[in-house]
Design a protein around this ligand. Structure first.
Ligand SMILES: Nc1ncnc2c1ncn2[C@@H]1O[C@H](COP(=O)(O)OP(=O)(O)OP(=O)(O)O)[C@@H](O)[C@H]1O
Length: 366
């Protein structure tokens, strides 16, 4: 059992700096998803750990020992990639066995049989990659990465090239599969849902910097910045420019002319230019006005299986989205409505820095 420690690791390519003082620890048996937009440096981080290139600064340790400068095959690392990277001329069986270093081979046949049973690919072990479906290729690549019981497992967007049904199944299966071993798992994905479904913690990487590392629930409920808040959620979070003020001891803000309550007055946010963020599922849409309700008009309704998404225009022209349960009354396009939200659903971010402003009453992560 070994811990992966990334200590203040940086890497530049000319003017680009895809890794900027990255620090992250992954415990044995823990799955940490590295999530961020395209080009944020996720693959660069994995490649430095795998030894495809070295950091300019900082250290990477496995089990307390630096692996910087060690040959890739001596780092105790298993890897699986989005493009599967299988040897085309070899059977699935031989591809899986190639994940064992010669001296560690032991009873290769027994180990291949055990791992392929776990991954449900025993029936295709004799097939070459071109005779495998994408799902079977991905399972073969995972089996190859897992067979040597690596101390660190690096998975680079492994579900990107499999179809939606299989991706869904694998999201359910992978966490228990990966937790059977004691590897420290770093799982790169561009899909926030996948990160939330699979990981114990998510490391959010934006522009080569780790901007938040926390559990999926914490990140969704308490995003560290407006940029993080925007990356998690579909539809994305609604935002309004506000300057919160105190009124009878309560923190309030004007949204499109209406006064909304944000809970008890919080000195941090008073008179500061902020973004107010409200998740679409936290909006309540009503045909009658109530206290703190914001007048709006329904522009369009998109019924989706598990929810209906309403596109709303506020009086000041801002467009917001509401995600309502399918059975909720929702009116029709062109209806005048009133929208509201509970004070504890409000998030505030500093408009100059984008950083979240703490609100003492803010709902805690589930
Ligand atoms: N070998 C390299 N030489 C020069 N620049 C590189 C190299 N590898 C990566 N980069 C640059 O580093 C930045 C981060 O790239 P990286 O592939 O890590 O992004 P990513 O987050 O994995 O993106 P995606 O999700 O699209 O795969 C990019 O601007 C890329 O152009």
């Amino acid at each position: 059992m070994a811990r992966l420690d990334i200590n203040s690791v940086s890497k530049s390519f000319g003017a680009a700096r895809p890794a900027d003082a990255l620090s992250l620890t992954v415990e044995p048996g823990e799955i940490v998803a590295v999530f961020g937009p395209s080009g944020s440096g996720k693959t660069v981080l994995l490649r430095m750990i795998a030894g495809m290139f070295e950091p300019d600064d900082g250290d990477i340790q496995v089990g307390g020992r630096s692996i910087v400068g060690a040959a890739p095959e001596r780092r105790g690392i298993g890897m699986a990639f989005q493009n599967f990277a299988l040897f085309p001329h070899m059977s699935a069986r031989d591809n899986i066995a190639s994940g064992l270093r010669a001296k560690a081979a032991g009873d290769v046949a027994t180990r291949v049989a055990a791992i392929s049973k776990l991954l449900k690919i025993e029936h295709v072990l004799g097939h070459t990659p071109r005779e495998l479906s994408n799902g079977q290729k991905q399972r073969t690549a995972l089996a190859r990465a897992l067979i040597g019981n690596p101390e660190v497992l690096l998975l680079d967007d492994p579900l990107r090239n499999v179809d939606a049904k299989l991706r869904y199944e694998m999201r359910l299966e992978l966490p228990s599969l990966l937790r059977r071993g004691t590897a420290a798992v770093l799982y790169v994905t561009q899909d926030y849902r996948e990160a939330m479904a699979i990981a114990d913690r998510i490391a959010v990487l934006i522009g080569g910097r780790l901007v938040q590392v926390a559990t999926p629930d914490e990140i969704y409920a308490q995003p560290a910045s407006v940029a993080v808040a925007r990356l998690f959620g579909d539809p994305t979070i609604n935002l309004a420019e506000v300057v919160p003020f105190a009124e009878h001891g309560a923190l309030c803000a004007r949204v499109s002319g209406a006064m909304v309550g944000l809970g008890s007055a919080d000195v941090d946010a008073l008179e500061r230019e902020c973004w107010l963020g409200v998740r679409p599922e936290d909006l309540v849409v009503s045909s009658s006005p109530g206290e703190g309700a914001i007048p709006a008009k329904i522009l369009a309704i998109t019924p989706m299986h598990e929810k209906a998404v309403l596109l709303l225009r506020l009086a000041d022209g801002t467009e917001w989205l509401a995600a309502l349960p399918p059975e909720a009354p929702r009116g029709a396009a062109d209806d005048a409505v009133f929208i509201g939200f509970a004070a504890d659903a409000a998030m505030l971010f500093d408009r100059a820095t984008g950083q979240k402003i703490g609100l003492s009453h803010r709902r805690q992560a589930a």
